[in-house]
Each structure stands twice: as C-alpha cells, then as structure tokens.
Ligand binder design. Structure first.
Ligand SMILES: Cc1cc2nc3c(=O)[nH]c(=O)nc-3n(C[C@H](O)[C@H](O)[C@H](O)COP(=O)(O)OP(=O)(O)OC[C@H]3O[C@@H](n4cnc5c(N)ncnc54)[C@H](O)[C@@H]3O)c2cc1C
Length: 381
C-alpha cells in the first residue's frame, strides 16, 4: 500500500483493529448477513475500544486522531464485508455534521454517545420523490413556537433501523426561490412523537446493513435541534460531500483489492485441461489488467486522501475518483466472478457477495451521472 499519510501509529491501529475484527466480527458476519442486521452489541464494542469517531476532540471522549485513522478503520471494515459500511457512515459522514455545525450544547449532548456507541446516527436526505435533485425535497419543517412541525418521508436511509438520531434535510421555507435556499438540517431523535420507521428495505446486497424508511407525521422537533442556520442546509450538505464521496471511493477500492486477492489463489489451484487455470494466457492477461486498474485507483485515491488531510478543495477530483473507482470495482466484480466459473455464482464463495454488494456504490452518495455533471460544471461547461 505504502501511502505517505500512513505512519507508525496507523500501522499499529491496523494491527489491533484487525485483531478486534477477527474476534468480534468475522466469525459472526455470515449470521449478520442472514439476520439482515448487525447487532447493537457490536457497535457498543466498537465504541468501548475507541473505534467510533476517533477523530473527535478528547474533551467529548474522542481520541483527537487524524483522518488516516478513519481510512484504516474503513478499509478493515470493508475487508470483512461491505455490509459494515454503516459504521463509517456514522463516524465519518454523519457525525461530522454535528461537529462542524452544532452548537456547544448540541455537541455536549450528542457526541459522547456517538463515540461510545450508545448513539447510532443516520443522514436522511433522500425521499421517495427526490434523490439526485436534493433541492426538490418535500419534507417540511414549519416553525410553531419553539418547535418545528415536521411532515414528510425519507427513504433508503442507511442505519435507519438502529439510528437513535438522524440528521434530516427539511424545507423550513418551502417557497424559497431558488428552492435550495429553503433547506435546513434538523437533528431528529428516536422517541420524538410523530417520528416512526417504515419498512426495513429488502436490498439486492449489503444485507447486514439496515436500510429503512423514516416517517414524520406532525413530528414536533425542538428548535434547539436545528443544525447551524436556517436555509443553509443545502450548503452544509455540499460542504460535507467531499469526505462522503471519498469514503465511498475508498470502500469500493478496498473491495476491488479484496476481490482480486480472493481470486488469485483460486486461479492457482483450480485445474482445467490438465493444468491450473492461472497458466492460461487469457487468464493471466485478465488478472494483469485488473491489477493495473486497481493500482491506478489506489494511486489516485491515496493522492486525494493526502490532499483531503491537507484541507484542500478536491471536490472535482473526488467526483472523478467516486465514479471511476466504483465503476472499476464493478468491472473487477464481473471479471472475478467469471474467473471463478460456476463456483463464483455460489453464495459460499465471497465473490458472490461482493458482486451483489458493489453496484450500489455507483448509486449512493450521488450517482455517477451526478459526479460527471459536477466534473463537467467545474470544467466550465
Ligand atoms: C443501499 C442504499 C443506501 C442509501 N443510503 C442513503 C442514506 O443513508 N441517506 C440518504 O439520504 N440517501 C441514501 N440513499 C439514497 C441515494 O443517495 C439515492 O438513491 C441516490 O442519490 C439517487 O437518487 P434516486 O434513487 O432518487 O434516483 P434518481 O435521482 O431518480 O435517479 C435515477 C437515474 O437518473 C439519473 N439522473 C438523475 N438526474 C440526472 C441528471 N441531471 N443527469 C443525468 N442523469 C441523471 C441518475 O443518475 C439515475 O441513474 C441510499 C440508497 C441506497 C440504494
């Protein structure tokens, strides 16, 4: 790997986190996939061992660690299975909203629980009628005294079943022009009257990840749960998307690396026509091409992680990485399944699960078409 941002402390973290996962996750992951849920007890163990939100300041209970910690944790979770993505979503995508835009009172109230694993978070932007076009959301939050009354529905929400707290994109001004100026972010807590969960959604892959609908019916949310300022929600979401998309690219890259690593030994042991199939030139060339694409992805990604750690605006390049790496990982999944022959289509082979899990990375966190629109716009088109 050899990334320049990885120092001794990160290698040590990787060693101890791998040991933790071998004991606490790998033996149970298959069952979690069948149950279609990761138990809360696993979240709690992550929290107890300092693996949730390690980057948060010590005064709230965090470790004050750098972003490379998050990278290592995300990679190792992905190596166990893509179904664990909700952990990185919580630590590195949702909680950063509270840290960046929350008041001191909000941070003191929520961050310790986010770090300990007592609070699991979700981000709820997408609605049945609005995904890519976020300014078109219909969930309203109308001021009424010292509360907002929230009405609407969100869908495809990761961690939706477990979440104790959701950062919800709402329209505080449904008539604002342009529409995105009416968007605000509200933190809605489990148990708030009028907040309920719909179905746990039945997905093609990511089976252990809980994805759900969230429903708000005259849900009264205290105004003190507004994140940042009214009408700035859209801007906040745009500011946070660089890290969100970088994380998705990282998960897809890691998955591609795993798929190839799982496939090579298979090719070296499987025999056909009296020889191992890895001795056929076509297979060697396919592997060589995959290894090259994976190397390209990793080099680009490592460079972007370095720039992100340095605080640079790399939105355009991250959009490029998000679409290219997720498409690359989809290609790798197809090739690796093919190289396994019929066994690749059997559930007991890891490639089958990875083949199911990977396509959604081209869809969520902004579809790859939206990534290309951003790139084109930033090129002046
Ligand atoms: C497993 C899973 C987990 C998810 N987790 C979350 C979550 O935690 N929180 C959350 O808020 N959302 C989540 N999502 C939602 C996800 O972000 C949306 O599905 C995604 O943004 C696309 O929105 P959509 O489904 O409404 O598709 P649409 O916006 O309807 O798009 C349909 C198709 O049209 C294309 N399209 C749309 N607009 C354009 C355009 N201008 N130019 C070219 N093509 C275009 C799209 O690229 C896509 O191919 C999740 C989705 C899934 C499947």
């Amino acid at each position: 790997m050899g990334a320049r941002y990885l120092k001794q402390e990160h290698h040590l973290l990787r060693e101890s986190f791998c040991r933790f996962l071998e004991k606490e996750a790998r033996p149970f992951f298959e069952k979690w996939e069948e149950d279609r849920l990761i138990p809360r007890s696993f979240w709690k163990k992550l929290g107890d061992n300092g693996y949730l939100c390690p980057w948060i300041e010590e005064k709230y209970g965090g470790l004050g660690a750098d972003f490379a910690y998050s990278v290592v944790i995300t990679e190792e979770l992905e190596r166990i299975g893509s179904g664990l993505l909700g952990v990185s979503l919580h630590s590195d995508i949702v909680v950063p909203y509270i840290v960046s835009y929350g008041t001191e009172e909000q941070k003191e109230r929520w961050l310790p629980g986010c770090i300990s694993g007592d609070i699991i978070t979700a981000i709820a932007m997408t609605e049945p009628g609005a995904g890519s076009d976020l300014a078109g959301i219909r969930t309203t939050a109308i001021a009424d005294g010292d509360h907002y009354v929230v009405n609407g529905q969100k869908t495809f929400i990761s961690n939706g079943i477990h979440a104790n707290l959701a950062v919800v994109a709402v329209k505080t001004d449904p008539h604002a022009k342009p529409a995105h100026k009416g968007v605000s972010l509200l933190v809605i807590e489990d148990g708030t009257p009028g907040f309920s969960r719909g179905r746990k959604l039945n997905k093609v892959g990511l089976h252990s990840q809980d994805t759900a609908e969230l429903i708000f019916e005259d849900c009264r949310v205290p105004k003190t749960n507004l994140l940042g300022q009214e009408g700035k929600g859209f801007r906040y979401m745009m500011e946070k998307l660089q890290q969100e998309r970088l994380m998705v690219a990282l998960m897809a890259q890691t998955s591609a690396e795993e798929m190839l690593a799982e496939t090579i030994p298979y090719l070296q042991t499987r025999k056909a026509f009296g020889q191992t199939i890895s001795s056929f030139q076509h297979i060697q060339f396919t592997v060589a091409e995959m290894a090259t694409e994976i190397e390209l992805g990793r080099t680009f990604l490592n460079q972007l992680i370095e720039s992100h750690i340095a605080g640079q605006d790399v939105v355009t390049q991250v959009s490029m990485a998000k679409w290219w790496i997720t498409e690359m990982a989809k290609r790798i999944a197809g090739h690796c399944m093919q190289l396994h022959g019929g066994y690749g289509y059997m559930e007991e082979y890891p490639i089958a699960r990875r083949y199911r899990d990977i396509p959604v990375s081209a869809i969520y966190a902004g579809t790859n078409e939206i990534m290309k629109s951003i790139i084109a716009k930033n090129l002046g088109l």
